[in-house]
Design a protein around this ligand. Structure first.
Ligand code: GLY
Length: 366
């Protein structure tokens, strides 16, 4: 391997890029994060932090096992990050109640739960009375519900804050406001071209969310990723008033430990437009109040949006590109927060293993 000051350059400092940098630095590699804006300020900042394969997978998919394995890995991931960074992270496993507004919806949920049981996603049916007992604020006009006991919520902003601290303490170099434009793989290193000049490293990782495939990699064609915009709204409520996640299809409500409650969401294919759409916000408020009627009396405190990184196949791209010194970790679409722990582990262990092979090769030839 050519002598370069950095082992790995990561393009993108969201939750995934920062987790990869953290894992690489734990393995003793010298990593740098180059972010076009600020660390964790895009999709990771916007995400609600629902860790809920039960709401996302309706049938067998190449990634549902990966999603479930990530959910199992989450408690240890959060605990390790909290202890290393000294930052506390709001992580709660209260499960999710998926409500059915009509008998037809209930039948559909029951059929889905049967399929999901085979996938390893457990859920149990709830009568309207059980919902009233467990979640008294939920609209009583329902046909029934399913409870997903393993679903959890995490505050992604607290994770990215903790990652930034853990990375800095381990000596990860962090460059904000530096957009990666192109990567040129050479025989034994990579050159990374940015608006702020050129960097060299042993490997490059592209983890730039919905912006990833704008980076050109000489000799490699990257799977296209594009933004799917989503709005969210937030309410300041008393703590411990909502309990489990409340869902109805892709409408959801979840509460942070301090009481701040988030309702989502929308899906729009409109590029990187950053202007909030008042009609979409009103629609989310109405759907939220349908699930939790007390919200009809409340005004939302804030609304925001983010850009989910979607690929044509709705699957993430995780692994080496056509060139083995360039690794990819993007396209997690609706489940980037959920799939962070094992995406980071997979990429960091792949690079670490090749770096060890490289050292072995070099020491043999000496
Ligand atoms: N994972 C929830 C969303 O993308 O809205």
């Amino acid at each position: 391997m050519k002598e370069v000051a950095l082992d790995v350059i990561i393009a993108g400092g969201g939750i995934i890029g920062s987790s990869i940098a953290w894992r690489l630095s734990q393995a003793g590699l010298r990593a740098a994060i180059l972010d076009a804006g600020r660390l964790g300020a895009e999709a990771s900042w916007a995400a609600a932090g629902m860790l809920a394969p039960g709401g996302e997978f309706e049938g067998s998919s190449p990634i549902h096992q990966f999603a479930l394995a990530n959910l199992r890995a989450y408690p240890a991931f959060v605990e390790e990050l909290q202890s290393e960074s000294g930052c506390s992270i709001d992580f709660q496993r209260f499960g999710a109640i998926e409500i059915a507004g009509s008998e037809a919806e209930w039948q559909r949920l029951a059929a889905r739960a049967e399929i999901q049981a085979e996938l390893g996603i457990s859920a149990s049916s709830m009568s309207p009375e059980q919902v009233r007992r467990e979640a008294p604020l939920v609209n009583p006009e329902i046909a029934g519900a399913f409870f997903y006991p393993e679903d959890a919520v995490v505050n992604p902003r607290e994770i990215t804050h903790a990652l930034s601290r853990a990375c800095r303490e381990r000596g990860v170099e962090i460059y904000e406001g530096v957009r990666v434009r192109a990567i040129r793989p050479e025989t034994d290193s990579v050159l990374v071209m940015t608006d702020a000049g050129q960097f060299a490293a042993g490997w490059a990782v592209i983890a730039a969310g919905a912006w990833s495939s704008m980076i050109t990699v000489e000799g490699c064609e990257l799977a296209r990723v594009f933004p799917v915009r989503g709005h969210l709204v937030g309410y300041s409520l008393e703590a411990e008033t909502v309990g489990p996640i409340i869902r109805r299809g892709h409408s959801y409500l979840l509460q942070r430990a301090g009481g701040f409650t988030i309702a989502g969401s929308s899906t729009e294919d409109c590029g990187f437009r950053r202007d909030l759409d008042r009609a979409i916000i009103t629609d989310i408020e109405n759907r939220a109040a349908q699930m939790l009627p007390m919200l009809a009396e409340r005004t939302t405190d804030t609304a925001w949006l983010g850009f989910r990184p979607a690929t044509e196949r709705e699957q993430p791209v995780i692994g080496p590109a056509a060139h083995p010194l360039v690794w990819l970790a993007y396209g997690h679409y609706r489940n980037g927060i959920l799939m962070t722990p094992l995406t980071a582990a997979r990429v960091a262990s792949g690079i670490t293993a090749s770096s060890e092979m490289d050292c072995f090769g070099r020491s043999e030839s000496h």
